[in-house]
Ligand binder design. Structure first.
Ligand code: B12
Length: 601
């Protein structure tokens, strides 16, 4: 979508982009890790072809591809195809890389995204290991592999939050549990099959837009937990995480955090430094027991693919996120500079420099490059490669990565390869429900703040004949739904009527839904920086379609963009760290004022 190109990472549309990305980087010497899931086939294929055209044979490539589709359906939302077809893609990548790319890790099973979506340590541990079990099982069941071919090539990926001892215990528990699960389920001959290797990333969610330099400290504490927990590799976040994409300065500070820990602190000199501590051993055991209970529950549902299809893991994680949000809003869980110890007015930390992406020019450059590619390639070769993919998707025969590599050589684009598979498989449409009463349960139904908010909604209904009605909308290629979910469930429990729009909507679709449901307010939740283009488009669409709904926005919106959004007609902007009951009351006050001044409600 227009507003998205280049806003959340580098744009890869064809093998030409891959060449540019790896220009001057010798791919036989540098290991590459890619967070690719939904569009994993074309992007991995283009990396292989870019290497080939650099003169590097695929057998020499080393690195890791995420290729963990199950968690996409739960929390990350970059799926394209329905679950069964998506699992075939995973299996074909495992098969192809096992045969042709001996140094390449074909899957990185991720708990990080679950934690960032709201899972606590126990849920993250349980669902991630259950995912791992499902992948090994599906590869072994093809008959082409033994557990010893597959398990040593799987790596894991944990999120590391501010819960210091818990995170170390989680990583220790993960190793114990994985060894046990692999041993009991597959009885491997190679002891490496039971080893859990992991990457870790410090938590982006724990980083705040307020007092952003405090985030350097948070990231350091989290990085220490990852090292003490025994991570094999580490990503430290930049302190401007809740503001936008990192600048060169913030990225260098994040990198230096690792260098200082690695080279000045001696932290990495001891393996499992907390072993033998009573606190750590008992915390680890509690996590082992708690996670095992959930893993057994998942197994009794038929494994993780069935559990995901039932919606159970997604729902548990969303509930956990709503509870956490309630504890933050009630200031039971302290976030320094956000709900406690706020700076005095005028004494705030300096505003960091912001990385601004000119998405119009990125888009124009990408379109020009695609036009050049299309003009120079052979239409017959392109057509044949795409047709072969479509036939393989329909018949179940052939290896999809192998065919995607042929298509990338024939200069097919990411979009064309994805569409060739979408024709027979269709596109997955997720379902959504507002997450029960978890927010209110945790906050306390009778807390003053809640009673005040509910009373305001009741007054509104008395005055205007119906409850305040909000459409919580997500637009563009922005799959972040944690913010929208917590807003929807909290607002519903305050007495709003809440409609939740689908992910990836266009402004026109949102306007239509707003009109159909006759909402008072459209609340756009935007995290992936599409707001500057998409929200003004939405306001135009609402006007053209004859809706008088008020528009408010929330999410990762830098202060620099506020005036543009206000000028385009946005009534309020609620950034990261917003206390939800307060936001709900502000919206009712604004609506009351607007509706009292107009005759139509
Ligand atoms: C959690 C998170 C994720 C999770 C999302 C889980 C999920 N299901 O939502 C995971 C790990 C999957 C993820 C993935 C990615 N992420 Co991310 N992610 C974040 C993170 C760390 C926190 C967002 C969040 O959920 N916060 C918690 C919620 C509760 O807060 P919130 O959304 O701000 O909402 C609050 C307020 O803003 C407000 N609010 C929000 N909406 C609304 C609506 C209304 C009506 C109202 C009243 C109020 C309101 O109230 C809420 C309560 O306080 C942000 C950085 C940050 N710290 O903000 C990056 C961030 C949004 N992600 C980013 C990126 C780039 C990505 C990826 C592309 C990374 C990658 N290459 O894989 C992918 C894309 C995934 C996708 N499908 O789109 C970038 C976006 C770049 C930008 N804006 O310029 C950010 C800003 C990080 C960064 N600095 O680079 N991410």
């Amino acid at each position: 979508m227009t507003g998205d190109v280049g806003m959340a990472g580098v744009a890869i549309d064809s093998v030409l982009d891959m060449h540019e990305l790896f220009d001057g980087i010798p791919l036989d010497k540098v290991s590459v890790s890619m967070t690719m899931n939904g569009a994993v086939l074309p992007v991995l294929a283009m990396y292989i072809v870019a290497a080939e055209e650099q003169g590097v044979d695929q057998s020499k490539l080393s690195g890791t591809i995420q290729n963990d589709i199950l968690k996409e359906f739960m929390v990350r939302n970059t799926f394209i195809y329905p679950p069964a077809a998506s699992m075939r893609v995973v299996a074909d990548i495992m098969t192809y890389t096992a045969r042709n790319m001996p140094k390449y890790n074909s899957i990185s099973v991720s708990g990080y995204h679950m934690q960032e979506a709201g899972a606590d340590a126990k849920l993250e541990l349980a669902f991630t290991l259950a995912d791992g079990l499902e992948y090994v099982r599906s590869a072994v069941s093809t008959g082409a592999f033994t557990v010893d071919d597959i398990a040593p090539r799987i790596s894991f990926f944990w999120g590391i939050s501010m819960n210091f001892y818990m995170e170390i215990a989680k990583m220790r528990a993960a190793r114990t549990l994985w060894a046990k699960l692999i041993k009991e389920n597959f009885n491997p001959s190679n002891p490496r099959s039971m080893m859990l290797r992991t990457h870790c990333q410090t938590s982006g969610w724990s980083l705040t837009a307020q007092e952003p330099y405090n985030n350097v400290i948070r990231t350091t504490v989290e990085a220490m937990a990852a090292v003490m927990g025994g991570t094999q590799s580490l990503h430290t976040n930049s302190f401007d995480e809740a503001i936008g994409l990192p600048t060169d300065f913030s990225a260098s500070l994040a990198r230096n955090t690792q260098l200082i820990l690695a080279h000045e602190s001696g932290l990495g000199a001891t393996v499992d430094p907390w072993a033998g501590s009573y606190m750590m051993e008992s915390l680890t055991q509690q996590l082992v027991d708690g996670a095992l209970e959930i893993i057994n529950e998942v197994e009794s549902m038929g494994g993780m693919a069935s559990a995901v299809a039932s919606g159970m893991p997604k729902q548990r994680i969303e509930e956990c996120a709503a509870r956490k949000q309630a504890r933050i809003d009630a200031a039971t869980d302290v976030i320094v500079g956000v709900n406690k110890y706020q700076p005095k007015p005028g004494a705030e930390q300096p505003t960091p420099e912001l990385r601004v992406i000119d998405n119009t020019s990125v888009r124009e450059a990408q379109v020009a490059k695609l036009n050049r590619l299309k003009a120079e390639r052979s239409p017959d070769a392109t057509h044949a490669a795409l047709r072969a993919l479509e036939i393989a998707a329909t018949s179940g025969e052939g290896n999809l990565l192998g065919l995607a590599v042929d298509a990338a050589r024939a200069r097919c684009t990411v979009g064309e390869i994805s569409e060739a598979l979408e024709r027979p498989w269709g596109r997955y449409v997720p379902s959504f429900s507002t997450g029960g009463g978890a927010y209110l349960d945790e906050y306390g139904q009778h807390a003053d703040e809640i009673e005040q908010t509910v009373a305001q909604a009741v007054d509104f209904e008395k005055q205007f004949g119906r409850r305040p009605r909000i459409l919580v909308a997500k637009m563009g290629q922005d799959g972040h739904d944690r913010g929208a979910n917590v807003i929807a469930s909290a607002f519903a429990s305050f007495g709003y009527d809440v409609d939740v729009g689908p992910l990836f909507a266009t402004p026109a679709e949102v306007a239509l839904q707003a009109l159909d449901a006759d909402v008072h307010v459209v609340g756009v939740s935007s995290q992936a920086a599409g707001h500057r283009t998409l929200i003004p488009q939405l306001i135009r669409e609402l006007q053209e379609q004859g809706s008088s709904a008020m528009v408010v926005a929330g999410g990762v919106i830098p202060q620099e963009d506020y005036s543009q959004l206000y000028e385009s007609g946005v009534k309020q902007i609620f950034g990261p760290g917003t206390q939800i009951p307060g936001a709900a009351r502000t919206i009712i006050s604004d609506l009351t004022e607007e509706l009292s001044n107009s005759s139509s409600f």
